[in-house]
Design a protein around this ligand. Structure first.
Ligand code: DQA
Length: 144
C-alpha cells in the first residue's frame, strides 16, 4: 500500500506559526510521525508540502496510478481551492482530509471545505494525531 501525504501552505512553518493554535512541534516532527506510523503499518509513504496551489494540484495528479490513497491537509486552500477539489475528484483516489486545529470552532471563512467534498473522512482538532488517525482509517478503508 502506498500513500501520499500532502500538506499545504504555511505548514512548513509549524512550530513557529501560531503555536497556540498549531502546537510547538515543527514540520520535521510531523514528517517523523507520518513516517513512523506508515512504517509500523507496512505502508510506503511519500510526503509533499507546498505553498503553491498548482504544485499541490500537480502532486495529486502525479499520484494517479502510483499511490493507493491520499492524506491531505490543504491548509488555507481548503477554504478556497476548487482546483484541488477537482484534482482529487479527477484522480478518484480515496483521500482523507486532516486539520490540526478544530476549524469548526474558528472563523466563518474556515467553515467551507472544498477539498473535503472529495474526501471519505475528515479529522480536525486532534493536532498531529489526526494524521495518524487518517493513515489508519485509509488503510482500513483500502483493506475492505
Ligand atoms: C489548517 C486550518 C486552516 O484553516 C488553516 O488555513 C491552515 C491550517 C489546520 O491544519 O488546522 O493553514 O488546515
Amino acid at each position: 500500500m502506498k500513500f501520499l501525504v500532502i500538506n499545504g501552505p504555511n505548514l512548513n512553518l509549524l512550530g513557529l506559526r501560531e503555536p497556540d493554535i498549531y502546537g510547538k512541534q515543527d514540520y520535521a516532527a510531523l514528517c517523523d510521525l507520518v513516517r513512523q506510523t506508515c512504517a509500523a503499518e507496512g505502508i510506503e509513504v511519500a510526503l509533499f508540502q507546498s505553498n503553491h496551489e498548482g504544485a499541490i494540484v500537480d502532486a495529486i495528479q502525479g499520484a494517479y496510478g502510483k499511490m493507493d490513497g491520499i492524506v491531505i491537509n490543504p491548509a488555507a486552500y481548503t477554504h478556497t481551492s476548487i482546483a484541488i477539489l477537482d484534482a482529487l475528484k479527477a484522480v478518484g483516489l480515496p483521500a482523507v482530509e486532516v486539520h490540526i486545529s478544530d476549524v469548526s470552532q474558528r472563523e466563518d471563512f474556515r467553515q467551507v471545505s472544498y477539498a473535503g467534498r472529495a474526501c471519505i473522512k475528515t479529522y480536525m482538532g486532534l493536532g498531529f494525531e489526526g494524521y495518524r488517525q487518517a493513515i489508519l482509517y485509509l488503510k482500513d478503508y483500502l483493506a475492505k
